[in-house]
Design a protein around this ligand. Structure first.
Ligand code: CP
Length: 311
């Protein structure tokens, strides 16, 4: 594996899931990362990704440096050939080459602006990192994907040992327009497994068709929940009316009454979650969300180990 920016970078996704669970089961530590450094570059906030990846790296003997680049760095210029006589002080190609000199693996988090579909779906910023880095690049969530979260989610589902699970991905309400990265990525990974997958969302919240192949889709949330083993819930903004939040009349908050329609299903969410908006307290408090959050460490460790072995 050269980089980790989508499921397409992983030759055998199921092996990486098993590796994640093996690391967890054996509380595995290693010295494979001794004298190596991981740089984590954040353009956006994080709790789980930052702490779990940092912990995973130390489990492998790595040193870790972290920078909130939007807050603490120079204003970055992303356009090639630009005459930098305005507000930007450092070109992305210079910054990435410099960071490469300080580390052996680089992680980057870069959220979408949700204004320009073409720009976001081209993964402009992440691609600049891959282009100019001399070391492997890990996505810590990009404009369209969140592969570390998805690997974690598959590992969490696999822990249940349910054969051919019935997995529902449900849209949920939220006061703010959110990216499509988590649902896109979840579909990209879960469709590599033998799960039966149903996507449910109100009209206007269709996801990009690149990610919905092989998935049953319904606008009826309760119909989707019937018989579900796992209910993965996430809010996202519209793809077709890019970044907008068309009004929704029906109640899409996941309640215990709705969970009672499932096959004793488990509620999942990547966190952070808006309690009693996305799902009720009762649902969240009996869910897999903390197991998911814990599994982020082991997923990150599996990815770092693979990159250290292969590079
Ligand atoms: N799930 C997730 O990526 O959490 P953070 O945004 O806190 O890193």
């Amino acid at each position: 594996m050269k980089h980790f920016i989508s499921v397409h970078d992983v030759e055998h996704p199921q092996s990486l899931v098993q590796q994640t669970l093996e690391i967890k089961a054996n509380a595995r530590r290693s010295e494979i990362g001794r004298n190596k450094t991981l740089a984590l570059i954040f353009f956006n906030p994080s709790l789980r990704t930052r702490l779990s990846t940092q912990k995973a790296a130390t489990n492998l003997g790595m040193d870790v440096i972290v920078m909130n680049i939007s807050k603490d760095g120079w204003n970055i210029e992303f356009e090639d050939g630009s005459v930098m006589d305005g507000s930007t002080q450092e070109h992305i190609k210079d910054a990435v080459q410099v960071i490469s000199g300080y580390c052996d693996i680089m992680g980057v988090r870069t959220f979408p602006n949700l204004k320009d579909l073409q720009e976001d779906y081209q993964e402009k910023v992440l691609k600049k990192f891959v282009e100019h880095a001399n070391v492997p690049v890990i996505s810590l969530e990009s404009t369209t994907l969140h592969p570390l979260q998805s690997l974690t989610d598959l590992a969490t589902i696999a822990e249940s040992k349910i054969q051919k699970p019935n997995v529902v991905l449900s849209w949920a309400p939220h006061p703010k327009a959110l990216p499509q990265a988590v649902p896109n990525s979840f579909l990209q990974w879960i469709t590599k497994t033998d799960a039966d997958v149903t996507l449910t969302h109100p009209k206007g919240y269709e996801l990009c068709e690149d990610f919905t192949g092989g998935v049953a889709i319904t606008n009826d949330q309760q119909e989707a929940l019937a018989g579900a083993d796992f209910v993965y819930t996430k809010s996202w903004s519209s793809y077709s009316q890019y970044g907008q939040t068309p009004s929704v009349e029906d109640d899409w908050t996941v309640s215990q009454q709705k969970m009672n329609l499932t096959n004793n299903g488990k509620f999942m969410h990547c966190l952070p979650i808006r309690r009693n908006v996305v799902a009720t307290d009762e649902v969240i408090d009996q869910s897999l969300v903390f197991e998911q959050a814990k599994n982020r460490e082991f997923a990150a460790q599996a990815v770092l180990q693979k990159l250290l072995e292969d590079f």
